[in-house]
Design a binder for this molecule. Structure first.
Ligand SMILES: [Zn+2]
Length: 466
């Protein structure tokens, strides 16, 4: 199949669907705002990780893997980190090291491929300081009397072009805190003068530490150049974080910063905003105690990345049922050489349409149905199975042995292990051979109570966890 990709993406800079045209097709460059590492990642972080993992996988499919550079930063110094380290009575570096390791574990569990680079603010102070100096030299920033350095928003004409917010409206709203050191309440901090007991770095304006926004401008430019293709992150970062990044980078470099801005939607829990105060706040680790990581990944991809995603047990149960259907279709099938037929074309059309994973998943179900038809008819299943696996692989799904998923125990869950279930199933086979029907039924019911379903077939009895 000679399918020609025509990728379109919803660009939040301009708020419209646009053909994706890389600046250099030999080097597609994407930067995504990563985690602030002072606690475990929650289900909202899981969405950012998985969504941009699928986007980078798909870009590599189109442009070839070496042509794509994917950078996801780590914010390893900020107010919350300092506060938490102080509360714990530990060095902030120990705190961040622990939660960076935890984040990497969570990402790996969810099948998220590591980005090409993971720059950290504390390891890029030189680039951060250089950019602040350039902003001062270009007239976009000023050192205040208290040792802070601020960005002068009134100097940047394009302020608001991403979020659609107008600086005059923002000032009129006066939701911005008035600070005597600032010339204008909209000005934001580039460098914070040190306070007692805080970690700090030397700078031309005295000891201090960078503001959050400047690290992403400095580290993305350092890794990808002054002008690159895609900048991503959660929708909550669009304003002010990404608006400020544009002001900084364009003010410092004098050229367009990013061509395409992609934001994933919010995660809600049972249709409410997720928040610690509502007590509906789930870490990835908590959810992984109850659900297979692939189920979480499937659940995240079952909605379009820009839509709100509603977390609920029902939705995760549906995701598990969907994966059970797909893996059941692949069971007992030897995949052959992967062909790309009509369904592949449908899959690519869906993904080319602003990464429509929900539609792409529907194509996987078409293939599973075809596979089941062929199995029932005794037809050749190898090519369809291979196509199903290959397409699902682009989403990071269906790459395990079907039995491993279908029998899969959820880490940390209670219940019998595989060997115990195998023994009960074997006992039931013996009971049936001895025509002890009541005993066979008793064992079936006992297994059912344990959440194990049996399937009697020509090849014997098989089981899976419900
Ligand atoms: Zn950022």
């Amino acid at each position: 199949m000679a399918y020609r990709h025509q990728l379109k993406v919803h660009n939040n800079l301009g708020k419209r669907l646009e053909p994706f045209v890389p600046i250099d097709p030999q080097r597609v460059r994407m930067y995504v705002c990563g985690m602030t590492v002072y606690d475990y990642c929650h289900i909202g972080h899981a969405r950012v990780l998985v969504v941009f993992d699928v986007i980078q996988r798909y870009l590599r499919r189109i442009y070839g893997s070496p042509a794509v550079t994917y950078i996801r930063n780590i914010t390893d110094i900020d107010d919350k980190i300092i506060q938490r380290a102080n509360d714990n009575g530990e060095d902030f570096n120990d705190l961040t090291a622990r939660f960076i390791a935890a984040m990497h574990e969570d990402a790996a569990q969810l099948g998220v491929e590591p980005p090409d680079e993971e720059p950290r603010a504390t390891l890029h102070m030189a680039e951060i300081l250089a950019m602040i100096e350039r902003l001062i030299a270009n007239g976009y920033a000023y050192a205040a009397s208290n040792g802070d350095v601020y960005y002068d928003v009134s100097r940047f004409e394009g302020y608001g072009k991403l979020s659609g917010k107008n600086p005059d409206d923002l000032r009129a709203g006066e939701r911005v805190a008035v600070d005597e050191a600032k010339d204008d309440p909209l000005d934001f901090v580039l460098w914070k003068a040190v306070k007692p007991g805080e970690p700090c770095w030397a700078s031309p304006w005295g000891n201090g530490r960078p503001g959050w926004h400047i690290e992403c401008s400095a580290m993305s430019t350092n890794a990808l150049g002054n002008h690159f293709d895609i900048h991503g992150g959660g929708l909550d970062l669009q304003f002010p974080h990404h608006e400020n990044e544009i002001a900084q980078s364009e003010g410092a470099c004098g050229c367009q910063f990013v061509n395409y801005w992609l934001h994933n939607g919010f995660v809600r829990v049972d249709n409410e905003k997720m928040s610690k105060s509502l007590g509906n706040f789930f870490t990835i680790r908590e959810v992984l105690k109850r659900y297979d990581p692939e189920v979480i990944r499937y659940f995240i991809l079952s909605s379009h990345y820009r839509s709100p995603l509603n977390y609920s047990d029902q939705h995760l149960d549906s995701a598990r049922a969907a994966l059970t259907t797909l893996y059941t279709a692949l069971r007992d099938v030897e995949p052959g050489a992967a062909g790309e037929g009509e369904q592949s074309e449908r899959f690519f059309r869906a993904m080319d349409d602003d990464f429509n994973t929900a539609e792409a998943l529907a194509v996987l179900f078409e293939l599973a149905r075809e596979l089941n038809r062929l199995k029932a008819a005794g037809g050749d299943t190898a090519a369809v199975a291979a196509e199903l696996r290959a397409l699902a692989g682009m989403l990071g799904l269906l790459q395990r042995e079907p039995e491993a998923f279908l029998k899969g125990t959820v880490a940390g869950s209670e219940g019998p292990d595989d060997a115990a279930i195998d023994a009960m199933v074997a006992a039931r086979v013996v009971a049936k051979q001895e025509k002890s029907w009541a005993e066979a039924d008793r064992i079936r019911d006992a297994l059912k109570a344990l959440g194990v379903a049996l399937e009697d077939g020509a090849g014997g009895t098989r089981w899976r966890r419900e």
